[in-house]
Ligand binder design. Structure first.
Ligand SMILES: [Mg+2]
Length: 270
C-alpha cells in the first residue's frame, strides 16, 4: 500500500469515521498510486486537517484587512468595491474533492453542480470577519465566480447561510460565455473603483494571467510582484486551479493515465 493510502487509512481510524477506504486506480508507471486521484485526496487531507492551511487563509485575510483599513481613508471619485472569487477563496469545497477521489474520479461538472446546489460548503478561516470589515468601512463586495448561472440559487443559499454581505443577484456575478473574468471586471469598473481582488487562482486578478503557459504565468507573477499582498490577495489551493490546467496545456480531457505520466516526467528528483 502506498504511503499516502497508509496515512489516510490511519487518519480514518483515528477520526472514528465510516468513510470507505481510498480507492487506488492503477497506472502503467506505478500500480500503487494514481497521482491525480490519490494526489487530490492528499491535497484535500491537507486542506481539511492541517492548522497550517487555516493559518495561511488567516494570513491572507489579515493582510486584506490591513489593506482595507488603509483604503478606507482614501479619497475616491467612484464608490470602492472589492472583487472576490468564491471557491477555495472563501468557501471550502474539499468535501467534493474527497467524494470524487474516493470514487476514483476527478472534477466533473454534473457532480459539481449537485454539490453546489446543496449550498453547504463551509467558510475558510478569516473570510467572514474580513468581508464584514469591508462593509463596515463602506466598501462594496462583488462575487465574481466561474460557477454556472444554473448554480446561482445554491450559491446564494450558501452565502446567506453564513450571512455574507451583499448576497444578492446584483453582487453575485456568474460565469458568462467565457471563463475569463476580465469582461466582468471591466463592466464593474465603469461604476466602481475596484480597490482589491481576492482569489485562489491568478486569473481571479487580471487578464495578464489568462490562459498562459507555465513559463508565461511565472513571468506574469514577476511582472505583478508588487501587487501581491497589496491589491491582489491570494489564497492557497493545492487541489486544482489554473496552475493545473496550464500544466496540461489546457487539455483537461487527457486521460488520467496521460496526466499521471506527464506529472511523473516533469518532477525533479535526485
Ligand atoms: Mg476559486
Amino acid at each position: 500500500m502506498s504511503r499516502i493510502l497508509i496515512c489516510l487509512a490511519l487518519l480514518t481510524v483515528s477520526a472514528g469515521s465510516c468513510r470507505p477506504a481510498a480507492k487506488t486506480v492503477g497506472t502503467a508507471n506505478d500500480p500503487g498510486i494514481n497521482l491525480i486521484i490519490d494526489g487530490k485526496l492528499w491535497a484535500s487531507f491537507f486542506q481539511q486537517r492541517s492548522a497550517e492551511y487555516r493559518a495561511l487563509c488567516q494570513q491572507a485575510y489579515n493582510i486584506a484587512s490591513l489593506r482595507v483599513n488603509e483604503l478606507a481613508v482614501r479619497q475616491s471619485l467612484r464608490p470602492m468595491a472589492i472583487v472576490t472569487d468564491i471557491d477555495e477563496t472563501f468557501l471550502d469545497n474539499s468535501p467534493y474533492a474527497v467524494r470524487q477521489a474516493l470514487a476514483g474520479r476527478d472534477y466533473e461538472q454534473s457532480s459539481w453542480a449537485e454539490w453546489t446546489a446543496r449550498g453547504m460548503a463551509d467558510t475558510l478561516q478569516g473570510a467572514l470577519p474580513f468581508f464584514r470589515l469591508a462593509v463596515s468601512r463602506g466598501i462594496a463586495v462583488f462575487y465574481i465566480t466561474n460557477r454556472e448561472e444554473s448554480e446561482r440559487q445554491g450559491t446564494l443559499a450558501n452565502l446567506k447561510k453564513f450571512d455574507f454581505p451583499f448576497a444578492d443577484d446584483e453582487h453575485l456575478v456568474m460565469r458568462t460565455s467565457t471563463s475569463s473574468k476580465e469582461s466582468r471586471r471591466v463592466a464593474l469598473s465603469e461604476k466602481y473603483d475596484i480597490v482589491m481582488l481576492l482569489g485562489d487562482n491568478l486569473a481571479d486578478f487580471s487578464s495578464i494571467f489568462d490562459k498562459k503557459n507555465e513559463t508565461d504565468r511565472a513571468s506574469a507573477v514577476n511582472a505583478a510582484a508588487a501587487e501581491f499582498g497589496h491589491r491582489f490577495i491570494l489564497l492557497p489551493n493545492p487541489v486544482y486551479g489554473g496552475w493545473e490546467e496550464s500544466f496540461y496545456q489546457f487539455n483537461m480531457k487527457r486521460t488520467s493515465a496521460e496526466k499521471d505520466s506527464l506529472i511523473r516526467h516533469s518532477l525533479k528528483g535526485y
